[in-house]
Design a protein around this ligand. Structure first.
Ligand code: GLV
Ligand code: MN
Ligand code: MN
Length: 405
């Protein structure tokens, strides 16, 4: 394989996606099921057609790229997603789709008889509708269509409305005839970067549990209301935020993490005691008992905080999934492929969520990580090396060759 032309191949594709959703601060905003994500999928279609591939769109808007009119009895799926968080980077998800196109191009170029489709799933990030991996959940049957009406974006538009507008179907379905799913992704943490390693072979994925806490304080005049008479929702929220950090730290020996990533306060003005706060809480880990301890502590101590302050609250589950163990036979095959190519690797868990979690419900799933600079991700400074995409893609091709023998 000629890696110089592989770099220019990837670079040329990367450049085509580059302007879509560009922000003035240097990053990108390509929210799931929004106009920029649509443009990313349209661009993928243009690129794929230009390469002589065929593109299909499923009922959820996920894109699949294959070679010609090949009607496979069974096929491998490789890929990732094309949406981003607000002010995010250009590598999260996109690297996996680029890798898929590179592998597909090699298969075509070397006339290999390997049945593969490249997927770009819709709306992997939870930042658009508060729920992650929506496209892959719809195509693996792990979401109920009734959920779509409850999922709303910042404009208050429900996912069901958006689906109606685009002509997508809210009915989940289960992809058929899939042999396995392999996703290349940037690590989004610092393990590979600090070890100076190029490749991680992922063993498990820490699934997120997400909750909304509505704190129903009392809006009052900030000058005329004595301190002891207040039901300040923001002060109650401050205690909960510290509690979440403390619970996460306590469980960090089990690799559990806990974050308050959303805070919305009303009315959010200088001379009013805050009457209402919404917090978005994200708890993740690979040890279910440890995650449950954080959750139990959160529920119990939140109740104590609110009772002490005489404040009502609503604690709502947004989504809950269990940690996923990736398929051992796939991990071993990926390791064999890497060894055959003399590429060093480490086995590692994933702290971030991925479409592979959903695909693992219907088929054997595996993942390859490549480093991102300083482990920075979900950030405009996210950066990955396209050489590493090539290295990871070579492992995927070698794996596919072995599996197709
Ligand atoms: C996906 O990027 C996640 O939030 O883990
Ligand atoms: Mn992401
Ligand atoms: Mn991602």
């Amino acid at each position: 394989m000629d890696s110089l032309s592989d770099v220019s191949f990837l670079n040329s594709l990367f450049e085509r996606f580059y302007p879509i959703g560009s922000c003035e601060n240097g990053g990108v905003t390509r929210l799931g099921y929004g106009p920029e994500e649509n443009k990313m999928h349209n661009m993928l279609k243009d690129i794929s057609k230009g390469l002589g591939f065929k593109v299909e769109t499923d009922s959820a808007g996920n894109s699949f790229v294959g070679i010609g009119d090949a009607k496979y009895e069974k096929y491998h799926i490789i890929g990732s997603h094309l949406d981003s968080v607000p002010s995010g980077g250009r590598y999260d998800g996109v690297c996996g789709v680029l890798s898929g196109l590179l592998v597909l191009n090699w298969i075509k170029k070397y006339n290999l008889k390997i049945p593969v489709k490249v997927v770009a799933f819709r709306c992997e990030e939870s930042s658009a509708f508060g729920r992650a991996t929506i496209g892959s959940s719809l195509s693996t049957g792990s979401i109920k269509d009734s959920e779509l009406a409850k999922l709303k974006n910042v404009n208050g538009e429900s996912l069901l409305d958006v689906f109606e507008k685009y002509g997508y179907s809210p009915e989940p379905y289960i992809m058929q005839n899939v042999i396995d799913y392999i996703e290349l992704h940037i690590e989004q943490g610092r393990v590979l970067w600090e070890k100076g390693m190029d490749i991680g072979i992922v063993t498990s994925i820490a699934a997120p549990r997400r909750y909304r806490l509505n704190i129903l304080g009392r809006q009052d005049h900030s000058g005329a209301t004595p301190m002891y008479m207040r039901k300040d929702a923001l002060c109650a929220a401050a205690e909960v935020i510290s509690l979440v950090e403390e619970l996460g730290k306590k469980e960090s020996v089990h690799s559990t993490v806990a974050t308050v990533g959303i805070i919305k306060e009303k009315p959010n003005v200088m001379n009013v005691v805050p009457g209402f706060v919404e917090l978005g809480i994200d708890i993740r880990g690979i040890d279910k008992d440890s995650i449950n301890r954080v959750l139990d502590g959160l529920k119990k101590d939140t109740d104590n905080i609110m009772k002490r302050r005489g404040i009502d609250y609503e604690f709502q589950k947004i989504s809950s999934s269990d940690p996923v163990t990736l398929d051992r036979s796939v991990i071993e095959s990926l390791k064999r492929a890497a060894k055959k190519l003399n590429i060093d690797f480490v086995e590692m868990p994933s702290g971030a969520g991925h479409d592979a979690m959903e695909m693992a419900n219907i088929t054997k799933a595996g993942m390859i990580f490549i480093p991102c600079k300083e482990g920075i991700s979900h950030n405009i400074h996210e950066k990955a090396d396209l050489d590493k995409v090539i290295e990871g893609s070579k492992i995927i091709l070698e794996y596919l060759k072995e599996e197709s023998l």
